[in-house]
Design a protein around this ligand. Structure first.
Ligand code: UFG
Length: 341
């Protein structure tokens, strides 16, 4: 019998890549997603890669009854990976209640339901955004958690606290993964990032500009105190990131004496500026990207990149794919969905 894992948000960007790696590692995956920011055809992409179509429930975590019914039918779930959440920083400032409702109430419903069914192992999708503008770089798991700069960031801090409390009373054994900047796509181009509307994030904006969907990329400021004046981030390949989830799930299931709450940064340890990302894209694709320098974007931290020691040593995980790899896979995916060649 295969071990059953529930993935919330399993048709999303990181979720879908993680489902693939879980299936490749021999797990039986069931997905819950409300399809608010993803498409049901993602299941076709997953099936093309692995040959297995995961069980799927179109469920919104804020509908507790639907959630209870679904989990009631899958009481043999051994662990959960919780991705399902809204993630746009700007939108969260305009519609904070939408973020509290989905990211906080949805998560409370999930944890409560899991506890009722005695399912007590969870991997939580958090973000380096919880660190805010860090005093020292690279950031370690012990770096200070500053007041969140956005409602989105605050919902991730609350999510971590919910798990700290559930762990404290012995009701959940949790691993929180703080991602830096996920990018790239599956090397088969069967799945990738599918932003709805105008992308907020740099890499899909670059690929959509190169594909002619957007006219020009605006670099959000070049007067920051960094070597080339643009913001520095730690871009991490989505496949590397997904593999860390498989390791975390295995760790929860196989180790009896873990601390009840653990946290790991997931990044490469290397910071890249916005201009370096553009250069990498131009190098691997041979294309010239149309871009201009614009004003700073509100809420951007100057620089952030990860200390990778804890994930390397404790999880035995390391990011292997380079920025060039990410740019190439992201572009191949964009070409596929834009039907270019
Ligand atoms: N950028 C541009 N032009 C754009 C888009 C982005 O110059 O059109 C710049 C940004 O100003 C920033 C860098 O590219 O300097 C990266 O921006 P992203 O929006 O791609 O990512 P963020 O670093 O802002 O990270 C945010 C959240 C994370 C979350 C991530 C992915 O803070 O928690 O988006 O959703 F994980």
């Amino acid at each position: 019998m295969k071990t059953k894992i529930l993935v919330t948000g399993g048709t999303g960007f990181i979720g879908s890549h993680t489902v693939v790696e879980l299936q490749n590692a021999g797990y039986d995956v069931v997905i819950i997603d409300n399809l608010s920011n993803s498409d049901i055809t993602v299941l076709d992409g997953i099936e093309k890669i692995t040959g297995i179509r995961p069980t799927f429930g179109q469920i919104d975590l804020t509908s507790k009854l639907d959630l209870e019914n679904f989990i009631g039918q899958h009481q043999d779930i051994k662990a959960v990976i919780h991705f399902a959440a809204f993630k746009a920083v700007g939108e969260s400032m305009l519609k904070p209640m939408m973020y509290y409702n989905n990211n906080v109430i949805g998560m409370v419903n999930l944890i409560d339901t899991l506890i009722n069914y005695k399912i007590n192992k969870i991997v939580f999708s958090s973000s380096c955004t919880v660190y805010g503008e860090a005093d020292d770089l690279p950031v370690t798991e012990n770096s200070e958690i500053k007041k969140a700069a956005s409602t989105y960031g605050f919902t991730k801090q609350i999510g971590e606290q919910i798990l700290i409390d559930a762990a404290r009373v012995g009701e959940m054994n949790a691993i929180t993964l703080r991602y830096f900047n996920p990018a790239g796509a599956h090397p088969t181009s069967h799945i990738g990032e599918l932003p709805i509307g105008v992308p907020n994030n740099l890499v899909p904006y670059i690929t959509q500009t190169a594909a002619g969907i957007r006219e020009i990329l605006t670099v959000n400021g070049n007067d920051y105190p960094t070597p080339d004046g643009t913001n520095i981030r730690d871009y991490i390949d989505v496949v590397d990131l997904s593999l860390a989830h498989v390791i975390a799930v295995k760790r929860l299931i196989e180790n009896k004496n873990l601390e009840m709450f653990e946290v790991f940064n997931l990044g490469t340890g290397k910071g890249s500026s916005v201009l370096e990302v553009i250069k990498s894209f131009e190098k691997v694709t041979g294309l010239k990207l149309n871009y201009k320098i614009g004003p700073r974007r509100e809420g951007d931290v100057i620089s952030i990149y990860s200390d990778t020691k804890k994930a390397n040593e404790v999880l035995g995980w390391k990011a292997n794919r380079s920025l060039d790899d990410m740019m190439l896979s992201a572009w191949n995916w964009q070409k596929k969905i834009s039907k270019l060649n």
